[in-house]
Design a protein around this ligand. Sequence first.
Ligand SMILES: Cc1cc2nc3c(=O)[nH]c(=O)nc-3n(C[C@H](O)[C@H](O)[C@H](O)COP(=O)(O)O)c2cc1C
Length: 162
Amino acid sequence: MTLAQHLDPTTLRQVFGAFPTGVTAVAGLVAGEPIGLAANSFTSVSLDPPLVSVCIATTSGSWPLLRCVPRIGISVLASGHEDMCRRLASRTADRFAGLPWWSTDDGAVLLAGASAWLECSPHREIVAGDHHLALLSVHRLAFDADTAPLVFHASRFRRLAD
Ligand SMILES: Cc1cc2nc3c(=O)[nH]c(=O)nc-3n(C[C@H](O)[C@H](O)[C@H](O)COP(=O)(O)O)c2cc1C
């Protein structure tokens, strides 16, 4: 195996995309309206204190608003949420119209039917190249062990096999 030395964006995307992930909806209430986006960069970071991270492109229109809200909801999208995910990544004015979202008392926006839910707040953030690496503190959480997650791999949605 010869390792490529030319780190062009296409090769980087292909190699990064060889790592299968779940997909999350990262969302919060901004002036009473749900704002958020689809993100597969969600990662668990620390148990004590409870921390997770997401990487958000510096071009994101949502993040400058989300980073200022007291609570950010993270929903782990479920198998069958492919259309919901596309919607949350689209340029549609109101991504949440028609989606089964609800908000916590503190303004985290979560999606019904997900595999897991976390209520978080911004903890620390660094600029990492063309992304913001955002560490989030976890305040409350829940999961549904019977709901299989959506899987993203090689730029395609997939489902876990039994
Ligand atoms: C499966 C999937 C995963 C994605 N993961 C991320 C991610 O981790 N970080 C990111 O910044 N954008 C990610 N995106 C792209 C954003 O959802 C998309 O660019 C969105 O339009 C950004 O919206 P905004 O400009 O309102 O923030 C992903 C899109 C898809 C379909």
